[in-house]
Design a protein. Structure first.
Length: 191
């Protein structure tokens, strides 16, 4: 990890102030952050395939809504969608189609039910060194606390990804919904 790791924070239009709360806290911890606002499905595609991201990211935080294992996408008027733009929410099939992550990128997702095995597997298969998401509907404050605790443990206490995950997950019943998926080549001791 670099001295000042860079974290991209992806925010959908209906995730409230969660992304801003994450950004403020992570910057206070000493991380460099970049905020990506998702206003349409094509913006999410650009994040998934790394288009228009001006820095090499160490981590990506997805501050989004999930519903039944799918990323909830902004709904636009039919006249606003691009000709090829997806008009529904993103599930495993859409992530598999568009995702292409740079090696070493770790991803933490705050959205409900986006930590199910099929979603975790596809993120790791598409290049993420690890993917963390909640396997069921998680309360918003708990998701925020999980992210803060996870990145605090990485930065402040020099914990490995696995150890930081375990500590963040142990806060309460809601934070225990988060699940970690890692590549076979991701070693706990070098994260």
């Amino acid at each position: 990890m670099a001295n000042q790791p860079t974290i991209g924070i992806v925010s959908t239009q209906d995730s409230g102030n969660e992304a801003e709360a994450i950004r403020q806290t992570l910057e206070y911890f000493g991380y460099r952050t970049l905020l990506f606002a998702i206003g349409r499905p094509d913006h999410f595609v650009q994040v998934l395939n790394g288009q228009d991201i001006p820095f090499i990211l160490d981590f990506l935080v997805l501050s989004v809504h999930g519903d039944d294992g799918r990323f909830v996408m902004p709904k636009l008027h039919s006249s606003v969608y691009g000709e090829e733009e997806i008009r529904n929410d993103f599930g495993v099939r859409e992530v598999a189609r568009y995702a292409d992550f740079s090696p070493g990128l770790g991803i933490v997702n705050t959205g409900c039910s986006l930590g199910r095995p099929e979603m975790g597997k596809i993120f790791v298969d598409r290049g993420a060194s690890f993917y963390i998401g909640a396997k069921d509907d998680v309360e918003g404050n708990s998701a925020l606390l999980f992210v803060h605790r996870f990145f605090y443990e990485l930065k402040q206490n020099g914990r490995t990804v696995f150890d930081a995950f375990v500590l963040a997950r142990e806060v309460d019943e809601e934070t225990s919904l988060f699940t970690l998926y890692q590549t076979a080549r991701a070693d706990r001791s070098d994260q």
